[in-house]
Design a protein around this ligand. Structure first.
Ligand SMILES: *Cc1c(COP(=O)(O)O)cnc(C)c1O
Length: 369
């Protein structure tokens, strides 16, 4: 998508906040525990290479991504740290992965067998075995399956057993019953392991923040680095998280709307009195969801309601009184002591902040502070 460089709508990314959110967690970890920063989905919308650079400075020693292309983006940008692709990659790319020193997540013996046929000497693919202890997404289901795969993996010249991991489904919840079930399945898997690989890891942000005893020797630190509480509002983080993302724009058109006149598609909003209505150059094509009709933005220390339907590229707000074109607007972030968090936006959209953060499209330029 074309980047809107000549439009006043911007995502402001606070790199110092990301640095602090990582450095503080790193300092809490047991000595010898590594932190891999999860930068999938363009660093949760914050910018993959910029976040990776900040994370590296803050103490991250590796990266996790969701898909091979994200790993290649990091390699092409010059990052030499270990990179783990968390999703399943087609084994036909095993040689490409090996040649770029990118680690694969594997959840079946067949994957290893296919990869072995594809990888060319002298390449070696580093493999992390994924264990399904209750997430029900990817990974080995039974300890017996794991045992067979590990034997094959250790014996293979083209493959190196680099890691083993699982992923928790409810680490961000106050009720720990399901979490504990997963821990005991994890232990059953670990009991059949003839040798431990370099990386043993189970923790996303939530697990590391609230169940740090399980951490293993590496954590996959994701959303908390961006200053977002993985539980939403259910649990309190052990330290202050600093949100890194703000969204700002400016009034591009301001008018007096006479009582009885309507605003936007469907004419769903009608002015009750003479009102001052302003237009902002942002819409659902930017990832600012259509469902946000009725929500608010901040102008000069006032919450202003979004009136009428959010359009693809524009939306309208009601001002308390007239302001000039060019007046700054905060859609996410702090302004004049008022705050709109990604959590507030997510609550209004009945979703989670993860979805809002990574939903902002590439049309909105990311500006780094
Ligand atoms: C996305 C992801 C993470 C990071 O999760 P956060 O909740 O953002 O910390 C860790 N591990 C796996 C397997 C993931 O898919």
């Amino acid at each position: 998508m074309t980047i809107g460089r000549h439009r006043p709508t911007q995502l402001i990314i606070d790199q110092a906040a990301i640095y602090q959110n990582i450095a503080t967690e790193k300092a809490r970890l047991k000595p010898g525990t590594e932190l891999f920063q999860v930068v999938k989905a363009n660093g949760y919308g914050h910018g993959i290479t910029q976040v990776a650079r900040t994370a590296e400075k803050a103490g991250a020693t590796g990266f996790c991504v969701a898909i091979l292309d994200e790993a290649l983006t990091l390699r092409d940008a010059g990052f030499t740290q270990p990179i783990l692709v968390l999703g399943i990659t087609d084994p036909k790319y095993a040689d490409l992965m090996a040649s770029r020193h990118i680690s694969a997540t594997v959840g079946s013996l067949e994957w290893l067998q296919t990869a072995t046929q594809v990888i060319k000497v002298p390449h070696q693919l580093t493999v992390h075995l994924g264990l399904d202890t209750g997430m029900g997404r990817i990974g080995f289901q039974h300890p017996a399956e794991l045992e067979t795969a590990v034997k094959y993996l250790i014996a293979s010249e083209q493959l190196e057993f680099e890691g083993i991991f699982t992923h928790f489904a409810t680490a961000d919840a106050a009720d720990t019953a399901y979490f504990e079930q997963q821990v005991s399945r994890w232990q059953a898997f670990m009991a059949v392991l003839p040798e431990k690989p370099k990386y043993v890891h189970v923790s996303n942000s939530a697990t590391s923040l609230w169940h740090e005893v399980c951490n293993g020797n590496m954590i996959r630190y994701g959303v908390a680095a961006y200053g977002l509480n993985p539980s939403g509002t259910e649990l309190t983080a052990p330290f202050d998280l600093h949100p890194a993302m703000s969204l700002t724009s400016e009034l591009v058109f301001v008018k007096q709307l006479p009582a009885g006149r309507s605003v936007s598609y469907g004419a769903t909003y009608t002015a009750k009195a003479d009102e001052c209505i302003a237009t902002l150059p942002i819409g659902y094509a930017d990832g600012y969801e259509r469902r946000l009709q009725g929500f608010h933005v901040i102008v000069d220390g006032h919450f202003c309601e979004i009136v009428g339907r959010v359009c693809m590229d524009q939306l309208m707000i009601r001002l308390p009184h007239e302001y000039p074109v060019g007046t700054p607007v905060t859609l996410v972030g702090e302004d004049h002591g008022l705050t709109i968090s990604l959590q507030d936006v997510a609550d209004y959209c009945q979703t989670i902040h993860y979805e809002i953060a990574c939903g902002f499209t590439s049309r909105v330029p990311r500006v780094y502070r």
